[in-house]
Design a binder for this molecule. Structure first.
Ligand code: ADP
Ligand code: MG
Length: 904
C-alpha cells in the first residue's frame, strides 16, 4: 500500500479546468486534492472564450467528462478563481521491440481511465495507485489528447492569458509524438503544436489580430533560435517592473496560415537535428520551446476582462477603448527525464552531464518548492525555470502531460515520472484503493473502440473535405465553360439581329424614296382642287356675313319695341306708386281711427253718467274692440300725434273720397275724433259736421250712415253744434236715415243724435216741425233695447224742455209729444225691464205731468196709473219724489184719482 504524494501548493493554472467541482470526483481522495489547491492566483479564464472549436464530443470516455467539466467551470468562471497545474498521464503503446522482449511480462502500469487512476505495479500482487487529472491510455487518439491537455490552455491564450503546455517523461515515451507530430502523412497523427495553431488561426481575425511564433532550443543553458540557427545564446530579458520574461533576440515570425506554420516547424526540426549533430548530442537532451504570441484587438464589449499580466492594467473607463489582448502560448518538449548518469554512454563529463540536466533538475526543485508551499522557489537557478517562471506559480494556465512507457524494465523511470506529475498536481495522501471494479475491462474495450472511431472519423472527414474541394473545382470548370458557350451564342445572336436590322432599314429607305416621288406627282393635281375649295369657302363666308347683317337689323327692331315696353312699364309704375301712396294714406287714417277708437273706448268706460252711458259713441266700442282684435295691433300712436301727422283737413277731405273703403275709414276716424270733446270744435270749424251730414245724404252705405250718425250724435252734445245741425237740415237728413236704416246700431246712433237735439230748448218747435219726433218714434219699430233707450232719452229730453218752457210760460199748448202720438209708447214702456229705458220714460212722464194741459191726455192714455206707481215704487228717490209732487200739485190728476177712488 502506498500513498501518492504530490505538491498541493498553488502552481499557476487555469480556473477553467479546476476539478474542484468535478462530478466524477465523488470519493474521498478528490476532496483531499482540492484542499491543496489553495494558493489563489489571479489567472482568469474568460467565459467569452471562443467556443467554435469546442469539440462536441459524444464519446462516453474521459474526454466527454472533460468537456462537461470545462463548460461547467467556464460558466462558473470568476476573475480570481485559482487554478493549478493540470496533469495528464499518457501511456505509450508497446513498440515492436517491447512487444517481443516483454511478451511474457505484464506492463508495469495499469490504467483506470474512467477513475482517472494509474496503478503502478510493485510486484505481481501489489501496486500503488495514483490519481491524475486525466489518464490517457495507449489507445488515446491524438485528437483526444489535444482536447484534454491543450485545448483549455489554447482557449485561455486566445482570451489573453499566458498558457503553458509541457511534456515530461523518459526519452522515447512519446513527448515529441504528443507535442510535435506534424501529421502530414496522417491527419489523425497531428500533435498538439499543429492543432493549437489550427485553433488559434481559426479564432483570430487576421485583419485585426496577429499571431507570431518563436521556436527555440535550450541545451546546456544556452538558448538557440531554431528558426535562425546562427542566432544562438539568446539572452533572457526580464522586466523588473512586471516580472515579464522575453527573448528580444529570438526570431519572431508572423503566422498567417497553417501551412506556413507547419513549414516553420519542419524547418525548426531540421535545424534542431543539425544543431544537435554539431553539438554531438541527441535531441532528447535538449528542450524545445515553441512560443506563440497572440495579439488581439478587442471591441469595447469584451474589454471588461483585460488580462492581468500587466499589459493592460487599466480598467475600461470610456465606452469603447481600443484594447489589445496579448496571450502567449509556450509549448515545451522537455529533454528526457531519465538520469543521465544512468545511461552515461554519451561521453560527457559529469560536469557536462550536470549542465545538461540543470534546467530539468531546477524545474523539479521549483515544482517541489511550490508543492510544499516553500517560501523560496529557486526560479533563477536555470534558464528553463526563468523562462517558465510564469508557467509555474505565475499567472499562466499550465497543462502538463507526463509520458510513460509500458515496459517493466523502465519501472524506476516511470515511477519517478509519475512522482513528478504527482508533485506537479500537488497531491498528497492519495488513498490507495485495493478493490477492483468489474466493469473496468468493458470500459477499456469501449474506450479503445471509441478512439478507433475518432481516428477513422477524422480521416474520413479529411477525405470528405478533399472530395468536396475537388467537386467544387470541377463545378467551377464546368461553370466557366458554360459561360463561354453562352457568350459565343449571344455573340452569334447579336450579329444576326444586327444584320436583320440593317436589312429592314435599307428596305424602309427604299420605300421612303418611292413615296416621295409619288407625292410630287399628286401635288400639282391637288393645287387646282385647292383653289376651287377656297373660292367655295369665300362664298360661304359672304353668305354667312349677310345672314349676320339681317340678324342684326332684326335685333335692333326688337330692341326698339322693348324700349317702348319699358316706357309703358315705367308709366304703370308711376300709377302704381300713386295708388300705393293713397293706400298708405288710407292705412294711416285707419291706424289713426283705430287709435281714436281705442281712446274712445277708454273714455267711455271712464264715464259713468247716464247721459254718457247711452251716448251714441259707446256704440263704437264693440267695433273698436273688434277692429283692434282684427288688426292685432296692440300699440297705437297717440291721437294727437296722428292728428299732427295726417292733418284734420286731409282726413275730412277723405270723407268725399271716391273709394268707399277710404270713406268708411275716414268717417270712422272723424267719429272717433268727435268723441273727444276737445276735438269737436276743430272738426266743426273745419267743416266736418257739414261733411258728415252730406254723407248721410250722399252715401247709401249702412256703415257710413251708422258711423256718421254716431259722429253727428257726439257733435250734437254741444249747443252750438245742435243749432248748426238744425240749420243745415240735419233733422230731415237724420229722419231720412232713420226711416231707411235696418241696422239697430245705425238706428241707435240716429236716435242718439236726435235725442241730443231734443235736449235743446231753442230747437223744440223746429225739431218737431221737421219731423224729428215722428222720426224718433218711428225707430221703435226696431225692437233693440239700445234703440229704445235712445228713443226714451230723446222723449225725456224733449219733455223736460217743454216742461221748462211751460213753467216759464213760453209754452201753453199741449205737448208735441202727445200730439205726435208718443204717449201710447211712453205708457207702454213706463215699466220696461231695462232700467235705461224705464228711467227716461219715468222722467218723461214726470215732465209731461208738470203741465196741466197734458193731464187729460195722460189720464186718457193711462199715464196716471204709471205716475202713481212711480210715486210709490220707484227705486230712485228723486224721481219718486218728483212723481209724487206732480200728482199732488195737479188738480186734474187729483180729481181723477178721487173719481177713481184712488187714495193718494
Ligand atoms: P520522446 O520524444 O519522448 O523521446 P518520441 O516521441 O520520440 O519520444 O517517441 C518515441 C517513439 O515512440 C517514436 O517512434 C514514436 O513514434 C513512438 N510513439 C510514442 N508515443 C506513441 C503513441 N502514443 N502511439 C504510437 N507510437 C508512439
Ligand atoms: Mg523527443
Amino acid at each position: 500500500m502506498a500513498t501518492s504524494s504530490g505538491g498541493g501548493s498553488g502552481s499557476g493554472g487555469g480556473g477553467t479546468y479546476s476539478y474542484r467541482n468535478g462530478a466524477t470526483h465523488s470519493h474521498k481522495s478528490s476532496s483531499k486534492l482540492d484542499t491543496h489547491t489553495h494558493k489563489p492566483l489571479s489567472l482568469n479564464s474568460s467565459s467569452n472564450s471562443s467556443s467554435k472549436n469546442h469539440v462536441k464530443s459524444k464519446s462516453l470516455g474521459p474526454s466527454s467528462t472533460t468537456q462537461r467539466r470545462n463548460s461547467t467551470t467556464s460558466k462558473d468562471h470568476h476573475p480570481s478563481v485559482p487554478g493549478r497545474v493540470r496533469v495528464a498521464v499518457r501511456l505509450r503503446p508497446r513498440n515492436a521491440e517491447e512487444s517481443v522482449a516483454d511478451a511474457d511480462f505484464a506492463d508495469c502500469v495499469e490504467l483506470q481511465p474512467e477513475l482517472k487512476r494509474l496503478k503502478l505495479r510493485k510486484n505481481n500482487w501489489d501496486a500503488d495507485t495514483y490519481a491524475f487529472d486525466e489518464v490517457l491510455t495507449e489507445f488515446a487518439s491524438q485528437k483526444r489528447v489535444y482536447e484534454v491537455v491543450a485545448r483549455p490552455v489554447v482557449e485561455s491564450v486566445l482570451d489573453g492569458y499566458n498558457g503553458t503546455i509541457m511534456a515530461y517523461g523518459q526519452t522515447g515515451t512519446g513527448k515529441t509524438y504528443t507535442l510535435g507530430r506534424l501529421g502530414e502523412e496522417d491527419t489523425a497523427a497531428r500533435g498538439i503544436m499543429v492543432r493549437s495553431m489550427e485553433d488559434i488561426l481559426a479564432d483570430v481575425s487576421l485583419e485585426t489580430d496577429s499571431v507570431s511564433v518563436s521556436y527555440l532550443q535550450l541545451y546546456m543553458e544556452s538558448i538557440q533560435d531554431l528558426l535562425d540557427p546562427a542566432n544562438d545564446n539568446i539572452t533572457i530579458v526580464e522586466d523588473p517592473r512586471t516580472g515579464d520574461v522575453s527573448l528580444p533576440g529570438a526570431s519572431l515570425v508572423e503566422i498567417r496560415d497553417q501551412q506556413s506554420f507547419v513549414e516553420l516547424l519542419r524547418l525548426g526540426e531540421v535545424h534542431r537535428f543539425a544543431a544537435n549533430t554539431k553539438l554531438n548530442t541527441e535531441s532528447s537532451r535538449s528542450h524545445a520551446i515553441l512560443m506563440v504570441h497572440v495579439r488581439r484587438s478587442i471591441k469595447g464589449r469584451d474589454a471588461g476582462h483585460s488580462s492581468e499580466n500587466g499589459n493592460h492594467p487599466h480598467s475600461v473607463k470610456s465606452l469603447k477603448p481600443p484594447v489589445v489582448r496579448k496571450g502567449k502560448l509556450v509549448v515545451v518538449d522537455l529533454a528526457g527525464s531519465e538520469r543521465i548518469d544512468k545511461s552515461g554512454s554519451e561521453g560527457h563529463t559529469l560536469e557536462e552531464a550536470k549542465s545538461i540536466n540543470l534546467s530539468l533538475s531546477a524545474l523539479g526543485k521549483c515544482i517541489n518548492a511550490l508543492a510544499e508551499n516553500s517560501a523560496h522557489v529557486p526560479f533563477r537557478d536555470s534558464k528553463l525555470t526563468r523562462l517558465l517562471r510564469d508557467s509555474f506559480g505565475g499567472t499562466a494556465r499550465t497543462s502538463l502531460v507526463i509520458t510513460i512507457g509500458p515496459s517493466p524494465k523502465h519501472r524506476g523511470e516511470t515511477a519517478s515520472t509519475i512522482m513528478f506529475g504527482q508533485r506537479a498536481m500537488k497531491v498528497e495522501n492519495m488513498v490507495k484503493l485495493k478493490e477492483e471494479f468489474d466493469y473496468k475491462s468493458l470500459a477499456r474495450k469501449l474506450d479503445v473502440e471509441l478512439d478507433k472511431l475518432i481516428m477513422e472519423h477524422e480521416r474520413q472527414q479529411k477525405a470528405f473535405e478533399d472530395e468536396i474541394e475537388r467537386m467544387a473545382t470541377e463545378a467551377q470548370h464546368r461553370l466557366s465553360e458554360a459561360e463561354r458557350n453562352y457568350i459565343d451564342l449571344l455573340e452569334k445572336e447579336k450579329s444576326k439581329y444586327e444584320k436583320d436590322y440593317m436589312d429592314s432599314i435599307r428596305k424602309l429607305e427604299d420605300q421612303l424614296a418611292m413615296n416621295q416621288r409619288k407625292n410630287e406627282d399628286s401635288h400639282i393635281k391637288s393645287r387646282a382642287e385647292k383653289e376651287t375649295l377656297l373660292r367655295k369657302a369665300a362664298e360661304g363666308e359672304v353668305n354667312h356675313l349677310k345672314i349676320q347683317v339681317s340678324e342684326l337689323k332684326m335685333s335692333e327692331a326688337s330692341r326698339k319695341s322693348e324700349i317702348l315696353k319699358v316706357h309703358k312699364m315705367l308709366e304703370e309704375e308711376v300709377h302704381q306708386k300713386e295708388k300705393l301712396e293713397r293706400e298708405i294714406a288710407i292705412l294711416q287714417s285707419q291706424l289713426l281711427q283705430l287709435s281714436l277708437e281705442s281712446d274712445q273706448t277708454r273714455h267711455q268706460f271712464e264715464r259713468d253718467g247716464l247721459e254718457k252711458d247711452v251716448s251714441s259713441v259707446d256704440s263704437l266700442t264693440s267695433q273698436v274692440k273688434h277692429q283692434q282684435q282684427a288688426s292685432g295691433n296692440g300699440e297705437k300712436p297717440s291721437i294727437a300725434k296722428l292728428f299732427e301727422q295726417v292733418g284734420l283737413q286731409k282726413i275730412l277731405s277723405l270723407l268725399e273720397a271716391e273709394d268707399a273703403d277710404v270713406r268708411i275709414h275716414a268717417v270712422k276716424v272723424v267719429a272717433n275724433l268727435a268723441a273727444e270733446e276737445a276735438n269737436q270744435g276743430k272738426i266743426v270749424e273745419a267743416g266736418g259736421l257739414t261733411s258728415l251730414l252730406r254723407l248721410l245724404q250722399s252715401s247709401q252705405d249702412e256703415t257710413i250712415h251708422r258711423v256718421a250718425a254716431g259722429a253727428i250724435a257726439n257733435l250734437a252734445m254741444n249747443e252750438t253744434n245742435q243749432e248748426l245741425i238744425m240749420s243745415q237740415g240735419g233733422i230731415s237728413l237724420l229722419s231720412m236715415t232713420a226711416a231707411s236704416a235696418e241696422d239697430p246700431q245705425t238706428l241707435r246712433m240716429v236716435a242718439g243724435a236726435i235725442a241730443n237735439l231734443c235736449g235743446n230748448d231753442k230747437l223744440q218747435s223746429k225739431l218737431r216741425g221737421e219731423g224729428g219726433i215722428k222720426a224718433l218714434l218711428g225707430m221703435v219699430r226696431c225692437r233693440h233695447p239700445d234703440v229704445h233707450a235712445q228713443v226714451a232719452r230723446g222723449i225725456a229730453n224733449f219733455a223736460k224742455c217743454e216742461s221748462r218752457a211751460s213753467s216759464l210760460g213760453t209754452k201753453s199748448a199741449r205737448s208735441f209729444l202727445i200730439e205726435d202720438g208718443a204717449l201710447a209708447w211712453i205708457v207702454q214702456n213706463a215699466n220696461n225691464e231695462a232700467s235705461s229705458i224705464r228711467r227716461h220714460i219715468e222722467l218723461a212722464l214726470c215732465h209731461l205731468a208738470q203741465h196741466e194741459t197734458n193731464a187729460r191726455d195722460m189720464i186718457n192714455g193711462g199715464a196716471l196709473w204709471e205716475l202713481v206707481r212711480i210715486s210709490r215704487d220707484c227705486s230712485r228717490e228723486d224721481i219718486k219724489t218728483l212723481a209724487h209732487r206732480t200728482l199732488v200739485s195737479s188738480p186734474t190728476f187729483q180729481a181723477e184719482m178721487r173719481r177713481m177712488r184712488i187714495s193718494y
